[in-house]
Design a protein. Structure first.
Length: 596
């Protein structure tokens, strides 16, 4: 559409939800733009935000869902809220409504959203069976609770069918209204389209802590009414029963029948197929919001973004569509951010983020070499200002995620763990990974069993691995021209591990000392590409062992020799190096042998 055209452009919008509202607002931003927009809604009310529908049941006033009315007060907009579009005549560029009126368009925008899917099981029409999708549904359910509560001598019981955002929202709203609630879903976890197993497990724990029961991997097969026709129990697929006074279904399917009947391509599971700008196979017809959403990236935020892109496309501009998928929501008031920053195949590794404050769960999913950020999930993210820069598929997403990990590493206190990976300086760890040719998290953990499952250690690895390629093998930061032998103490007090990396220009003195040390202490030595790892030592053996290594030419801090750092549980990490090109005198070597 060209703003400079003398003729007023006719735009028809079918649907009056949040996406339609956003689209209209964007088209009206220029007060001189020559457009006439006709918006059709069939609920007999002004557009509202459906994400608050469930909360109406829990007592939230309906006004909380009202959207800004300003766009619909503009003289260029006509809102028809009591009629419904039934047919699209693509050849004639017009639509026909239930009242048999025709409306011409230059551009048609489908923003029809979704409709509720009622369970198809015996007894589902019993009194106390509800769907929850519209404001009217919420008011009906709220009225039922008020009446039914006066008929029962106990608290009401409810079964909510659906573990998606709507299901969790409905369950929390019912719980807030004093109803004992159970969520039931056929999937193996809550929010399966958005959350990984660990993330869903964390969300389930939060929901159950509120007193809401969760049953997954099952489905309702029958609803039993009592003698009065009211819901009294539900049966599950395994034959078990649960007593309940009402059943609420929150499932939904895209309202794509208009597009399908007009010959426009749709998904088998529901939804209109569109390009990055929201255009269908017919360039004059666009689809926005939930009717065109990918199941993995639905929600209010995605709906609004699609409206922005469609408006920009009609105005001759373009907003880049993110490469990945993202979802932000607040089911039951629980803030959840689940972003797919980059797509890709191959093994991945989960890096936990520390919990605390407003963050109840955090997870970063990386490629096995930690170079590519695939997903970021945070629950309770409202206080995480750093997440504001996370956009699916963006380079900023990679950068912001690295910053998120770096902040977590900086916040990991000394009490977090005493493992080698955690306590070793980051630049030393990076250089060591490069020296040993370690490229993946799994390879790094082969020699650090104690760090498996340790959040602080995994976070340091996630930062160090991407940097290792920039470190010359065998060269330490700050001394690029030298090759050093290194002695390192890691592990815990109960199981210390002494590591000796022999430099390329060292003589055999250290090898002799290590050999005698292992023989005398009945320890074992593991050899891996120039690294000697001595395990099986006792904590009380460490000071003497370090003294022997020092006498062989290694530079060992006095505090480490005295074992002062070994006093606290878990043990310390020490990194000591002996200078390169050092030639020991025979007497020194013999002294070392004698002490061994």
């Amino acid at each position: 559409m060209d703003d400079n055209t003398a003729r007023t452009a006719e735009i028809v919008v079918v649907g009056a939800g949040a996406a339609a509202h956003r689209f209209v607002a964007r088209m009206l931003e220029d007060p001189d733009r020559a457009v006439r927009i006709t918006v059709f809604g069939d609920e007999g009310r002004l557009p509202y935000d459906r994400s608050v529908v469930a909360r109406i049941v829990g007592g939230t006033p309906a006004s909380a869902g009202e959207l800004d009315r300003a766009p619909f007060r503009d003289d260029r907009v006509r809102l028809i809220d009591d009629d419904r579009v039934l047919r699209i005549d693509r050849g004639g560029h017009r639509v026909r409504t239930r009242s048999h009126r025709w409306y011409d368009y230059d551009a048609l925008v489908l923003a029809t959203g979704t409709h509720a899917q009622r369970l198809d099981v015996p007894g589902i029409r019993a009194r106390g069976s509800f769907v929850l999708r519209t404001m009217e549904d919420a008011h009906m359910l709220r009225a039922f609770l008020a009446v039914r509560a006066t008929e029962m001598p106990r608290a009401l019981r409810a079964v909510v069918v659906g573990g998606d955002e709507g299901g969790v929202d409905a369950a929390c709203a019912l719980h807030d209204a004093g109803v004992q609630t159970t969520i039931v879903d056929t999937a193996d976890r809550l929010l399966p389209a958005h959350l990984t197993v660990p993330g869903a497990s964390a969300l389930r724990g939060i929901v159950e802590a509120r007193g809401i029961a969760v049953r997954t991997r099952t489905r309702v097969t029958r609803v039993d009414p009592d003698a009065t026709g009211a819901v009294t129990a539900v049966e599950f697929q395994d034959g078990t029963f649960a007593r309940t006074d009402l059943i609420v279904t929150t499932g939904a399917r895209a309202r794509d029948e208009l597009a399908r009947n007009a010959g426009l391509p749709t998904r088998p599971g529901g939804g209109v197929l569109v390009d990055a700008d929201g255009r269908t196979s017919d360039p004059r017809v666009l689809a926005i919001g939930d009717v065109a959403a990918d199941p993995a990236s639905g929600g209010t935020e995605a709906a609004l973004a699609s409206a922005d892109r469609a408006a920009a496309a009609l105005l001759g501009a373009r907003i880049a569509s993110p490469a990945g998928h993202g979802w932000r929501g607040s089911p039951g008031g629980i803030e959840v951010v689940a972003l797919r920053v980059a797509d890709g195949d191959g093994p991945t590794v989960d890096i936990p983020l520390p919990s605390g404050g407003d963050r109840m769960f955090g997870e970063v999913v990386l490629s096995e070499d930690a170079r590519v950020v695939h997903r970021v999930t945070v629950i309770g993210a409202s206080a995480d200002a750093s997440l504001a820069g996370l956009a699916p598929g963006s380079l900023d997403g990679q950068r912001v995620t690295r910053a998120l990990l770096a902040a977590a590493v900086a916040a990991d206190g000394a009490e977090a763990c005493a493992h080698g990976l955690r306590c070793s300086p980051l630049e030393v760890l990076t250089a060591e990974l490069a020296d040993r040719g370690i490229r993946t998290v799994a390879e790094a953990l082969e020699g650090a069993v104690e760090s498996r499952g340790c959040g602080p250690c995994l976070r340091r690895l996630a930062l160090a691995l991407p940097e290792r390629a920039e470190v010359n093998v065998g060269v330490r930061p700050g001394d690029r021209g030298s090759l050093r032998s290194e002695v390192r103490l890691r592990g815990t007090t109960a199981a210390p591990v002494l590591e000796v990396r022999v430099g390329d220009e060292s003589d055999g003195t250290l090898l002799l000392v290590v050999g005698h040390l292992a023989a005398r202490r009945e320890a074992t030595v593991r050899i891996d590409r120039g690294l000697l790892a001595v395990s099986g030592l006792r904590a009380e053996d460490i000071p003497d062992a370090l003294a022997d290594l020092r006498s062989a030419g290694a530079v060992v801090p006095e505090t480490l020799i005295g074992g002062a750092d070994l006093a606290r549980p878990g043990g310390p990490i020490g990194v000591v190096r002996h200078p390169p090109r050092t030639r020991r005198r025979a007497g020194t070597a013999r002294s070392a042998e004698g002490s061994a």
